[in-house]
Design a protein around this ligand. Structure first.
Ligand code: B3K
Ligand code: ZN
Length: 845
């Protein structure tokens, strides 16, 4: 396969002015008739180059005449000499087969409904087109079908018997094209924009799901309002449609005026969705809506600039969720996810810059690094320049680039011009891969505290040496009596080593460093348990407070793993203090009660030069859970009762209480043989508590009856059954995990064609760390078999699953050999997709 390089970017030979498409829908013989006005690019003249894959060409003309053209598996090309040197009309008719499209890219069918997914390069499977984001055109789409609901981008212009016409006045790249046709019902809503535009809103779902749309509709309205209030950005069409689709490769897609969602990311009801689902749905609806300005009105010049829209839009949805719920809790959740996914990626063979410099298959770069680290960069920029300058820079960016396809340089230039700052060193965040390590040492004399920092970033594939990056380090100081003596101050570090001083201090304070996780770095700091416990008790910064509990837990676990040292009483007491402190937000207390995951511990050990033993890690974590349960035994039932909520409301308050209640229950279950959990399971009126109780039982090796009852009760609900599949795999005893997953893959309701169901089983398997890495390697072999089989149907999702192997070099020689064999077996498969080939090759290194 061919590698594409950022440095090879070349402007297109032709721009598109407008596009008229007609779709005659039929499951295996859909006809797509296109009429495209091309305008030669005066600055880069050349052949007309159109992408096209899996298309059957029926006819094509230029200005109505047949011309010479070269057609192969991927392109249609017309030589410059055969083209008018002025605007011309290209017309084509092709045939495609949505029903047999199991890759779920381009136009495909899901339960009798037609839908599309074009980002990144799916439009080329619909018709011949310059399928690149810098070519933007005005689309008019006619959909012909007897199905009752026919949707496309933009505003509806005509509706008749068996057809509908849509027009999108905003020029857009082909990746934002969408079409939906099916027997759907809508949950309607309305929104009036700040300037008085009345917008029709709809969430379209399959009949039977209409009672699961109200929460999503509210989330959409809140998002529209928030973008007006916070960024001054209004919606720009008469209608905004969301459609729920069962078979979808990712979460959702921001097509202009017609967002398409994985049904798991929009359908919500208290009976079928957990608090975590509600929170995620709110965040994803916001994310896709926010793309209307950051992604659609201003898009990417080329796919290397993906973080331009994704990092920024993730940052925006994070701030929205913080505003809707709790910034403190949200920030801790973000850091947990960042460390679990992005730091893990940055630490292994798949590490790449936030703006990659090359790719084989762009779908492999929709990563935690592009998204989450991309969002961290925006957060750092804002922290460095301040809120007002941030807004000024954004305004300038929108004003300057509306309607354009731009680059990271354009984004940064807007901030340089708005603030007068030089951001050239800051730009390294986009080009250097790897997580910076930040060492700190402290000294105190004569009322002056000196913090000396040293930064370094380890080598990553293709990048042996790194230059220092700009790090905003938020620091506050806590006096010996627990009072804050210096409020948060942002230190701007630009050198490899740099010192900062705080003067006029009466006594030596304890520094709280990297408040709010102000930069995505690994902080290396010598600190004894007593100081950590002190900050856990007194820090005013919720992130640092949580972080101290986390580090105490981690040290406790490492000591258990390496030396069998039982947990220190001080640690257990510190946790008890947090658990029983009514002045703290229950959601925060639940987070402090949560222990570091097994994958996280494996990395910690590896970084300390110890080869991780997955079973030992698992056992230590179970031992600590047992110690915590016994030590807190008197407090657990009390907190469990206190956290009972009345009527289910999926807001920050209710979900926080339930989160704490369920963390407590999970410990309680180790003491009471599952009595409370069984009781809660049978009386719960919401999925959060029902699934939470079941999880508590399964984690304690109990709950077989409840598992069966759950499966029986929800057998008709796909989304809930995904939970049923996933819980069993995730919580299986390590020795049984591979067998459980294999058995479930033979369950009559298992299908590889539905990505949610596939992920429920084979995404959950690597999540069971000790199970996935169980001696003997059964899980490795099983996952390899499944990836090979899925690749033939759906390369994109298959490629994503290979990430399970990215940490293989952490483990012992036996495990490494088994994983290598699994990866090589995948790679050797004839006809393997470009997607999986690239991933496996990179992972093997
Ligand atoms: N932009 C889409 C992701 C498309 C993924 C293509 N493999 C969803 C999002 O980030 O909003
Ligand atoms: Zn996005």
């Amino acid at each position: 396969p061919q590698t594409i390089f950022l440095r090879d970017y070349e402007a297109p030979h032709h721009w598109v002015r407008d596009v008229a498409l007609t779709f005659r829908l039929a499951p295996r013989t859909t006809r797509v008739i296109s009429r495209i006005t091309f305008v030669p690019n005066e600055l880069n003249r050349g052949d007309l180059v159109l992408n096209g894959e899996e298309l059957q060409l029926i006819a094509a003309t230029v200005d109505g005449a047949i011309v010479n053209m070269e057609v192969d598996d991927t392109h249609l090309r017309i030589a410059s000499a055969d083209l008018p040197q002025k605007p011309f009309v290209f017309e084509a008719e092709v045939e495609i087969s949505p029903e047999t499209n199991t890759a779920l890219e381009g136009l495909y069918m899901s339960n009798g409904m037609y839908c599309t997914q074009c980002e990144a390069e799916g439009f080329r499977k619909i018709t011949y087109y310059p399928d690149r984001p810098d070519v933007m055109g005005v689309f008019t789409v006619r959909v012909e079908s007897d199905l009752p609901v026919l949707l496309s981008n933009g505003n509806p212009v005509e509706r008749g018997d068996g057809f509908a016409v849509w027009h999108d006045p905003w020029p857009k790249p082909a990746y934002l094209f969408a079409l939906v046709a099916g027997e759907l019902v809508n949950h309607p809503g309305r929104f009036t924009t700040a300037s008085g535009r009345d917008v029709e809103l709809n969430i379209w779902v399959r009949p039977g799901d209409e009672d699961k749309c109200a929460f999503g509709m509210e989330a959409l309205r809140k998002s529209m309002k928030w973008d007006e209030d916070t960024y001054g950005r209004e919606y720009d069409l008469d209608i905004f449609n969301i459609v729920a689709v069962d078979d979808f490769n990712m979460g959702a897609m921001e097509n202009k005026g017609l967002n398409i969602f994985n049904s798991s990311c929009v359908l919500a009801s208290k009976e079928t969705s957990t608090d975590a689902n509600f929170e995620r749905i709110e965040g994803i609806i916001a994310h896709e809506y926010f793309h209307n300005w950051t992604g659609n009105r201003i898009t990417c010049r080329d796919w290397f600039q993906l973080c331009l829209k994704e990092g920024l839009t993730v940052y925006r949805d994070q701030m929205f969720s913080g505003d809707m719920r709790s910034h403190a809790v949200k920030r801790i959740e973000e850091v947990l996810a960042l460390r679990a996914r992005q730091f893990r990626e940055d630490n292994g063979p798949l590490a790449h810059p936030v703006r990659p410099e090359s790719f084989v298959e762009i779908n492999n770069f929709y990563t935690a690094t592009v998204y989450e680290k991309g969002a961290e960069i925006i957060g750092m920029l804002r922290r460095l320049i301040g809120d007002e300058a941030y807004r000024k820079g954004c305004d300038l960016y929108f004003e300057r680039h509306d309607g354009e396809a731009v680059t990271i340089e354009d984004w940064l230039k807007a901030f340089e011009d708005a603030t007068g700052r030089d951001l050239s060193q800051f730009a390294r965040w986009y080009s250097q891969a790897g997580t910076p390590r930040l060492k700190v040492s402290e000294s105190f004399a004569e009322g002056r505290l000196t913090l000396t920092f040293a930064q370094s970033t380890p080598p990553t594939p293709g990048q042996p040496d790194k230059a220092p990056q700009v790090l905003p380090i938020a620091v506050g100081l806590i006096g010996p009596n627990g009072d804050e003596v210096v409020e948060t101050r942002v230190l701007e570090m630009t050198e490899a080593t740099q010192s900062f001083t705080f003067d006029g201090l009466g006594a030596r304070p304890v520094a709280s460093i990297l408040r709010d996780f102000s930069a995505p770095v690994i902080l290396e700091r010598e600190m004894d348990a007593a100081t950590r416990a002190f900050l856990l008790a007194h820090d005013t910064d919720p992130f640092q407070k949580w972080e101290m509990g986390r580090m105490l837990a981690k040290d406790t676990l490492v000591a258990l793993i390496l030396e069998d040292t039982p947990p220190a009483r001080d640690y257990l007491d510190a946790i008890r203090a947090v658990l029983t402190d009514d002045s703290l937000d229950p959601a925060f207390r639940a987070l402090v009660l949560g222990l570091p995951g097994e994958d996280d511990l494996a990395q910690t050990l590896f970084d300390a030069g110890v080869t991780p033993d997955p079973q030992k890690i698992h056992d230590a974590r179970e031992t600590l859970r047992g110690s915590l349960a016994r030590h807190l035994s008197d407090a657990l039932p009390t907190v469990f009762r206190q956290m009972e909520t009345g009527a289910f409301v999926p807001d920050a308050d209710g979900s926080g209480k339930r989160a704490l209640r369920l963390s407590v229950l999970s410990l309680l279950t180790l003491l009471d043989a599952g009595k409370e959990a069984k009781a809660l399971f049978s009386k719960a009126d919401n999925m959060t508590e029902q699934a939470g109780a079941l999880a508590a039982l399964l984690a304690a090796g109990l709950g077989e009856e409840e598992l069966a009852a759950f499966g029986q009760m929800w057998r008709h609900d796909r989304l809930v059954m995904d939970k049923w599949f996933a819980l069993q795999v995730a919580l299986a005893a390590p020795a049984r995990a591979a067998d459980v997953a294999r058995d479930l893959s033979h369950h009559p309701d298992f299908t590889m064609k539905n990505p949610n169901r596939f992920r429920a089983v084979f995404g959950a398997l690597p999540g069971n760390h000790a199970g996935f890495h169980h001696a003997g390697g059964a899980a490795y072999a099983l996952l390899a078999d499944q990836i090979i089989a899925l690749d033939a149907l759906n390369p994109q999702t298959a490629a994503r699953m290979t990430g399970a192997f990215e940490t293989w070099r952490r483990y012992d020689a036996d495990r490494q050999a088994m994983i290598r064999a699994a990866l090589e077996r995948i790679r050797a498969k004839t006809g393997l997709s470009r997607d999986v080939t690239e991933m496996v090759t990179r992972i093997l290194g």
